[in-house]
Design a protein around this ligand. Structure first.
Ligand SMILES: C[S@@+](CC[C@H](N)C(=O)[O-])C[C@H]1O[C@@H](n2cnc3c(N)ncnc32)[C@H](O)[C@@H]1O
Length: 304
């Protein structure tokens, strides 16, 4: 009985914001479809789904481990002049203040289990500078560590702006503490940098097209939100269409499903894979550059 009550609470919270209704409808349909089955059949279906997911994850992880390169190889592999940088060492005060703000968050699970932790910040910062990014789109904000790194990278560049998409926190936390969650989205981002930041508080399906329209043509995009194969397929394709030629796309947590490998294969591109982000090892990022149509495989510099 707890689940319908949670839905009602969520609906009550969202009713004033029509941009959230489609996500609420998708959640309701998923839930109702689950109810349709008898408990025994439901358990069997879930077990089969879990098995398939685990097999897909194992395949994706093996692919990442096989392809991963060390950070010091990045400069040689990327098709742009790339100087790896440590963003926290470059902006110690900004990070100290951000940590203090984030530490004040009373919602234990906010940046952890539910939100999956921070992105590969040095990669985001260095790559944004390498492509001279001014127009950036990211999905998945949580505390906003990736947002902070991207805003620090664009600095005061003319017209620079970061457009982010994230669901209100109430969609993540199935208990009453979600009431206080929304204010913590992007807590790491200081007020001084917020004039260059717009966040679309809605699901990717609704928010990403809006963010991409506002940002187009996009210099750099970071995807770190819905990691289901369907979510990734939608998000990656939408981002790719709006990316400018020479722009860079970073997909976070590509070890979670074969979606990124399949996406790159469909484009006929050879992506770079690195390991990093919150927790250090075991989390991988895929990088793709959008090149002119006549040179589809010239995505990364050759080893020669
Ligand atoms: C791993 S966290 C992002 C971490 C962040 N990039 C950082 O570096 O701090 C993932 C975020 O994706 C968001 N998310 C998950 N599914 C989503 C969806 N379908 N649409 C929009 N946001 C979604 C969650 O709300 C969560 O805040």
């Amino acid at each position: 009985m707890a689940i319908p009550i949670l839905f009602l609470r969520l609906a009550a919270k969202c009713w004033r914001n029509p941009a959230l209704w489609p996500e609420l409808r998708r959640m309701t349909v998923r839930y109702a479809l689950g109810l349709h089955f008898l408990p025994a059949r439901r358990a069997r279906t879930r077990a089969r789904q879990r098995e398939r997911m685990e097999a897909e994850r194992a395949e994706a992880l093996a692919w990442c481990r096989e392809r991963v390169i060390q950070p010091d190889e990045l400069a040689r592999r990327l098709a742009v002049p790339f100087a790896p940088a440590d963003v926290e060492a470059a902006f110690p005060d900004a990070f100290r203040e951000a940590r203090a703000r984030v530490a004040a968050c009373p919602l234990e699970e906010f940046g952890g289990i539910v939100n999956g932790g921070a992105a590969n910040l040095d990669l985001l910062y260095s790559l944004a500078r390498a492509v001279d990014a001014r127009s950036i789109v990211e999905t998945g904000v949580a505390f906003g560590w990736s947002t902070l790194a991207l805003l620090l990278a664009v600095g005061e560049r003319d017209g620079a702006h970061v457009f982010s998409v994230d669901l209100p926190h109430c969609f993540n936390t199935p208990d009453r503490r979600w009431r206080d969650g929304d204010g913590w989205v992007g807590a790491a981002v200081p007020h001084a940098l917020r004039k260059r930041w717009t966040v679309f508080m809605m699901a990717d399906r609704e928010g990403l097209p809006r963010a991409l329209r506002a940002a187009a043509p996009v210099d750099l995009a970071h995807y770190a939100s819905d990691l289901s194969p369907e979510g990734c397929a939608f998000g990656y394709a939408a981002i790719w269409r709006s990316l400018r030629e020479g722009g860079a796309f970073i997909a976070d947590a590509v070890e979670r499903s074969p979606a990124f490998r399949r996406f790159a294969e469909d484009l006929g591109l050879d992506p770079v894979v690195v390991e990093g982000g919150d927790g250090g090892s075991g989390k991988y990022q895929g990088i793709l550059f959008k090149q002119a149509r006549h040179s589809p495989r010239a995505n990364v510099a050759t080893d020669a």
